[in-house]
Ligand binder design. Structure first.
Ligand code: SAH
Ligand code: SF4
Length: 376
């Protein structure tokens, strides 16, 4: 199902663009308290506003009915609430996922996805940047280049749009949409803290997952925050020779730096790290690579998520045969690691990172050149 231009649930009544007005979406409770105080109200009004914004998901100050009318008018005059604008909605035929293309105030577009699991859980996958500068060889977002970081309100706004459209309680959030979350550290962390607000979405930190290509300084910074966030690291190769070709960021942060940073994160937070490994037929899916992966991660408190690639037009990558996926999984499991093979949600709706936007006409050819590289 493709939503027509008229399906625009997130934008009712907020089109008033007040020049110089404070954007409320993305402000934390303390800032909202300070704003209330600056407008001559008691601080607790800030908490009321936060509940309206993030708990009820209202997009107009006028709807905040437990605020005094005079305050509402002052607040309305000095602030705005800018929801991302819903542009396209696409349901997977089996109902397991719904993909949203949303437009931001400056006309840029990003994707977010609602995933429905059989046990009733609902997860939102959010974007953190418009495009991505990391250029991973198999990734649609990487192919479309980088435009800009999203602000915290734009990140959180995706969850608000999903919740309003689908009418569901979001239990988990993964920052696995477009962009590299740790390259937009402050905004993503702020969005995560807002998602955790008990009066808002109330999603505990353990149910928030940040997926990173492996930016070492930021992983170490995150470890020092001692949050209970789940960290997922996109590994995709057990050797530098292969990872350099698939994930250009590996040149900057090779495995000898990345793996110790991951061990330090697990030690500091006592949290199990997830390693994501996109399986590409004939590239990184051999038994030798499975064994090298197990050796690389030996002794680490981690979990492996194997993801058969969702092929992207303009790239040469193919999904391995099911037997190769299972053989790879069995080898790593035998080495003692918990392994899941990601159940593909929304392959039909191009739910892999950046594919809907790419299909929308923005993109360039893959940088991948299939030159022969010795694999272990
Ligand atoms: N930039 C972050 C988060 C966004 S990508 C990161 O790279 O981790 C989220 C996950 O989707 C990553 O593990 C990424 O490698 C994976 N991914 C990207 N393109 C894919 C594709 N075509 N098929 C399957 N997984 C893909
Ligand atoms: Fe960026 Fe992640 Fe895609 Fe790599 S896989 S290009 S880091 S979004």
């Amino acid at each position: 199902m493709i939503g027509g231009a008229g399906s625009d649930p997130g934008r009712t009544g907020t089109a008033v663009a007040c020049r110089g007005a404070v954007e409320l979406l993305g402000l934390g409770v303390t800032e909202l308290e300070a704003l209330a105080e600056s407008l001559g109200e008691p601080r607790y009004r800030g908490r009321q506003i936060a509940r309206w914004l993030y708990g009820h998901g209202v997009d107009a100050v006028g709807a905040m009915t437990d605020l005094p009318r005079a305050f509402r008018e002052r607040l309305q005059a000095s602030s705005r609430i800018t929801y991302p604008r819903l542009r396209r909605v696409q349901d997977a035929p089996d109902g397991s996922a719904t993909k949203y293309l949303v437009e931001l105030a400056d006309g840029q577009r990003v994707e977010c996805v609602l995933m429905r699991f059989d046990d009733g859980r609902r997860s939102a996958c959010l974007s953190s940047q418009v495009g991505c500068a990391m250029g991973c060889a198999f990734c649609a977002t990487g192919l479309s280049g980088f435009s800009r970081n999203l602000g915290p309100g734009e990140i959180l706004g995706q969850a608000l749009v999903i919740r309003a459209h689908a009418g569901v309680r979001i239990g988990n959030v993964v920052f696995m949409g477009m962009g590299e979350p740790l390259a937009n550290y402050d905004a993503v962390l702020r969005a995560a803290r807002l998602l955790a607000l008990p009066s808002g979405f109330g999603i505990g930190m353990r149910r928030l997952t940040i997926s990173t290509v492996g930016l070492v300084p930021q992983i170490r910074r995150l470890a020092a925050e001692r949050l209970q966030l789940t960290l997922a690291v996109s590994l995709h190769a057990p050797t530098d020779a292969l990872r350099d070709r698939l994930v250009p960021a590996n040149h900057r942060y090779p495995l000898a730096e990345l793996i110790p940073a991951c061990r330090a994160y697990a030690a500091a937070t006592n949290r199990r790290i997830t390693f994501e490994y996109v399986l590409l037929a004939g590239v990184n899916d051999s038994p030798a690579e499975a064994r090298a992966l197990a050796a690389l991660l030996r002794g680490m408190h981690c979990h492996l998520n194997l993801i058969p690639v969702n092929p992207v037009a303009g790239t040469p990558f193919r999904r391995p045969e099911v037997s190769a996926v299972m053989a790879f999984a069995a080898l790593v499991r035998r080495a003692g690691f918990p392994v899941t093979v990601r159940i593909e949600r929304g392959t039909e709706i191009q739910a892999a990172c950046g594919q809907l936007r790419l299909a929308d006409g923005q993109g360039r050819p893959s940088r991948w050149t299939p030159s022969p590289v010795a694999t272990p």
